[in-house]
Ligand binder design. Structure first.
Ligand code: SAM
Length: 251
């Protein structure tokens, strides 16, 4: 079944943009997903194709009209999750990406100006999703981020070599460090355990490193990990310390 993305935007020409490349682009060409950019302006009903107006109560900027947005949504909304990208939304997570990938597709609504009239948000009740605590000038880049994160999880998009199961956030942990050739670079050696050919030791080292990094950088994730993994092998942090990358010859 093809995964279908509909993106409501004032700038349909921005799409697919970066999504025409690499993993998402190959999947698009292969028909694993389809993209339907919907020009919100096509649903304006005056001869100037007006999509916005001044805010009631005064204040700066313009607000996107509810009747125009609703008419655009009416043409695409179905059983897919509908998402409005907004800094007021809940922070986007890997769990959302997994949920969207498991759905039949997504309807993404991109705001511009000061945003969208609240009444159409109340009436349509989309999921309100934010990329983070900063303000973008429009929802398009946010929609591309959400799409990219979901599409790479669709069956057949990533090869077995790119498995998502060990990626950051997949088990409440940030990912362990990666190394490739040369084994020594500018006096820095790859941790010996990775050269050992001992799969069990490599797996233990990676888990310990993922724990060490998560604990140091993301106490929120670390708490979630410990709650989900009661027998959390904290002791493995000791093993990690023994193998941390260090300059050649360093103890
Ligand atoms: N006046 C709004 C506010 O202060 O919350 C900001 C509007 S912003 C200039 C225009 C549009 O960009 C928003 O309607 C939304 O679609 C999108 N946008 C901006 N920041 C975003 C973020 N952090 N996450 C998701 N979408 C964002």
């Amino acid at each position: 079944m093809t995964w279908r993305a509909s993106v409501l935007t004032l700038f349909p020409e921005m799409f697919p943009g970066p999504l025409a490349h690499s993993l998402a682009g190959r999947a698009l060409a292969a028909g694993i997903w389809t993209l339907d950019p919907v020009n919100i302006r096509d649903f304006a009903h005056d001869r100037h194709r007006t999509v916005d107006d001044t805010p009631f109560g005064g204040g700066p900027g313009m607000v996107m009209r509810p009747d125009v947005i609703d008419a655009a949504l009416a043409t695409v909304v179905d059983d897919r999750p509908t998402v409005y990208l907004t800094p007021r939304g809940r922070r986007f997570t890997q769990a959302d990406a997994q949920r969207y990938a498991a759905a039949s597709g997504l309807v993404l609504l991109c705001g511009r100006y000061e945003g969208i009239d609240e009444r159409v948000i109340d009436a349509r009740a989309p999921e309100e999703i934010s990329l983070g605590d900063y303000v973008l000038s429009g929802g398009e880049l946010a929609a591309m981020v959400v799409l990219d994160a979901a599409i790479r999880l669709l069956p057949g998009v990533m090869g077995a070599a790119d498995s998502a199961t060990e990626e950051s956030f997949s088990q409440h942990l940030l990912e362990y460090p990666h190394y490739t050739r040369p084994a020594e670079w500018q006096g820095r050696r790859v941790p010996e355990v990775l050269l050992s050919g001992h799969h069990g030791a490599v797996a233990a080292w990676r888990r310990a490193e993922a724990e060490r990094i998560t604990r140091a950088r993301r106490p929120d994730l670390w708490d979630a990990y410990r709650a989900a993994t009661p027998a959390s092998p904290l002791a493995s942090a000791t093993a990690a310390n023994a193998h941390v990358a260090s300059p050649a010859g360093a103890p």
